[in-house]
Write a protein that binds this ligand. Sequence first.
Ligand code: HEC
Length: 445
Amino acid sequence: MDIIGQFPLFYFPEYGSAWMMGITGTIHILFSHTSVGAAMLFAFLAHKAYKENRSDYYPYMKKYGMFLLIFSYVLGSITGPGIWNTATAASPRGISALIHNFVWVWATEWVFFIYEVIGVFVLVYFIDRIDRKTHLKLTYTFALASVGTLALIIGIISFMMWPGTQAFYATGSASDAFFGINTFPHMFLRIGFMIMMSGVIGLVISSSMRKENEELSNELSRKMGYISIIGGFITLFFFIWYMGTLPENAHAVFAFSKDAIIQNRIILTLVFVAYFAIAIIKPRWINPVIASVMIGVILISGLWSGEKLRESMRKPYVAGQYIYSNQIISRDVPGKNIKSELPIIAEKGLLHLNPFVPARLKTITDENRKDAGELLAKMACSNCHSLEKTGVFRPLKDRLTGMDKEGIKSILYAMGEGAFSYMPTLKLPETEYDAIAEYFASLHY
Ligand code: HEC
């Protein structure tokens, strides 16, 4: 029997599975980036506290550590597996590619992560029970482990955008997959962001300590302001470099919303520079409520839009520039013994090759054509477009408006080429094109 290695289709109506990924991912990034940023901040503060004999920093670190325990380590640990679950449902072959290429990198990352989780408990619990030098050393190793988790994950995530080196396709080697040209700008962009986040969260803690010690609270708020500004500028600098290391298809997608994105970044930069400047000049004006609201602003206008951008710039691929978002393998990867599925799909059709298509839809007839078309549309388009008329995710109702069957077919033929290169190539037997076009035409978008 001819078969391609597909998984059951996970169909998420109206919003699309990409939104589910985006929501889980954005929340997780807030927690995880905060934890790495805070680890670097702790190393800095513990160093200062030890060298300058500032024992008054310890209660701050303890309070921050307690906050971090819940905020990053409890919530982050819940949303981390959440990402695995969502991604496995939304893009099983994307996840499979990441596991098959990087299994030892993941394993190493988990070792660092376990160290981090134990480390945060140890640091909080023992902060006033062990001597300061030991505490300082522990803080350094905690920071190293945290940055280690980041560095490893970023290599993997950068591979999703593209391997960055052509050698990977021939060798299939993990290091060719890992050290792409955009891995390092991506890594430093995130490090900058983490530094900034550590300051933004730090402002919640420092401003909440005003009653206990006003002078210290102001001093720490000022410090957090400086740290955040430095982190923010590192982020901006590496963001610009990062954009220069993206593959061509990413720029094609970026071009759609370039002006809006640049405008958004400029406004965000101004708002946050003003906020950090206030923290430095008038720390008294910052209170825990304002500081918490600013975390929300970063979550929604910074992280959500940034992650959405990275996801959409990968189009038409989900990983390594050989797996399309709709789970079809589009090129040979000799180093991994992977073959493009486009030729066999063009010859035999998706319904025939996908083992999870119900028997009644395997062969298209006059009776089942629309149902077969609906299933094909879900398989081929729903990863990137809502099909429902009320759908919100790049909805097809706005893109196929008023088109008849022939018009729709001409788009299907052209996908993956020229002006439509941001979409996967869709080469199907004529009967399947017919079924999809008939289904869409029947919806009267
Ligand atoms: C890998 C993701 C992806 C898949 C799968 C995909 N598209 Fe698209 N599609 C896009 C992107 C990105 C755009 C361009 C941005 C936009 O229109 O918002 C787009 C735009 C379109 C447009 C508007 C084109 C124009 O420029 O006028 C149509 C029509 C369309 N898609 C139809 C389809 C159909 C039908 C399917 C399934 C057979 C499909 N797409 C599958 C990503 C995808």
